[in-house]
Design a binder for this molecule. Structure first.
Ligand code: NAD
Length: 291
């Protein structure tokens, strides 16, 4: 099976490395040639463009920054659907909205290409260890055909339902990460302002009903401000914007999501796209005159 991986960033890079290490015949492409070179050191073949990469592949996997890039990858001037073989499969692993799913899958169907939306959760650590959670939408038989490949990059690979169900599940779960981050920082702030030392407050939260993945994983970083570069603030805001788009398209009223999207939008404007996503809570610290 000839695999192509396009988009070798924080997530796609480690995922592609795991596929190369598993012995698959792998071709890779990224706009950044250094990222391509890193994969070639593991035996992957370099491509000079997305079109070059997708030509002749049985499966193309993509991990791209936003819906616009995914749409262009499908049908733009360098759109890969023009060269993908009939009967081949595109596994799209970015976080995207339903509009992208409908548009890209529609174009894929016309081109005779199967399409699975297969976004991931687990961060760069999960991508490196091959322990990602992967939420897949699309035809059950196409999912079954590609399950072994997906198990190379994830350890919790689930077929969520028909086309688009992967993107919906991803957005509906990831929104909790941002809501919890803001909620955790507000709880910590309340405790600290009330005179409880921050580390004591976090320890109590981690051992009480308010405990969450966010309090365990990000709580210590929030206290000491040591934010790693793993996940960009701008991508976090993209997820929140996708949440509101999804809510609109399925006619769901989500007041907390609306507020948290506004916080992330303001944080991107103030601190920049590439800062760590936890910088959003700096707004709260600033509003409370904390260092
Ligand atoms: P990233 O910015 O690190 O990586 C994106 C990569 O795509 C970059 O290497 C970039 O050069 C490449 N790229 C952009 N346009 C391209 C094009 N036209 N052709 C080829 N390559 C192109 O982003 P990331 O953090 O790896 O995230 C990728 C996707 O995964 C996003 O949709 C994100 O929301 C999602 N995601 C990220 C995380 C995380 O923790 N980083 C977790 C879950 C999901």
């Amino acid at each position: 099976m000839r695999i192509t991986f396009i988009g070798l960033g924080n997530m796609g890079g480690p995922m592609a490395r795991n596929i190369a290490r598993a012995g698959y015949e792998l071709t890779v492409y990224d706009l950044d040639p250094d990222k391509v070179a890193q994969l070639c050191a593991l035996g992957a073949q370099p491509a000079i463009s997305a079109l070059d990469a997708a030509t002749g592949a049985d499966v193309v996997m993509t991990s791209l920054p936003n819906p616009k890039v995914t749409q262009a990858m499908a049908t733009g001037p360098q759109g890969i659907l023009a060269v993908m073989s009939k009967g081949s499969t595109w596994i799209e692993m970015s976080t995207n909205n339903l509009e992208v799913e409908r548009e890209v899958r529609g174009a894929a169907t016309v081109a005779g290409v199967h399409f699975l939306d297969a976004p991931v959760s687990g961060g760069i650590e999960g991508a490196a260890k091959g322990t990602l959670t992967i939420m897949v939408g699309g035809q059950a038989e196409i999912f079954a055909k590609n399950e072994a490949l997906l198990n190379i990059v994830g350890e919790n690979v689930q077929h969520m339902g028909s086309h688009g169900a992967g993107y919906v599940a991803k957005i509906a779960q990831v929104v909790l990460c941002y809501l919890h981050s803001v909620a955790l920082s507000e709880a910590l702030m309340l405790g600290v302002k009330g005179g409880v030392p921050a580390d004591r407050m976090l320890s109590i939260i981690q051992n009480s009903t308010g405990r969450s993945y966010v309090s365990d994983r990000y709580g210590p970083a929030i206290l000491d401000g040591s934010y790693d570069p793993g996940f960009a603030l701008g991508l976090a805001h993209k997820d929140m914007a996708l949440t509101l788009e999804l809510a609109k398209s399925v006619e769901a009223t989500l007041p907390m999501c609306t507020q948290v999207e506004a916080i992330y939008a303001q944080a991107v404007q103030k601190f920049g796209f590439d800062q760590n996503h936890l910088m959003a809570i700096k707004l709260l610290e600033n509003a409370n005159s904390m260092p």
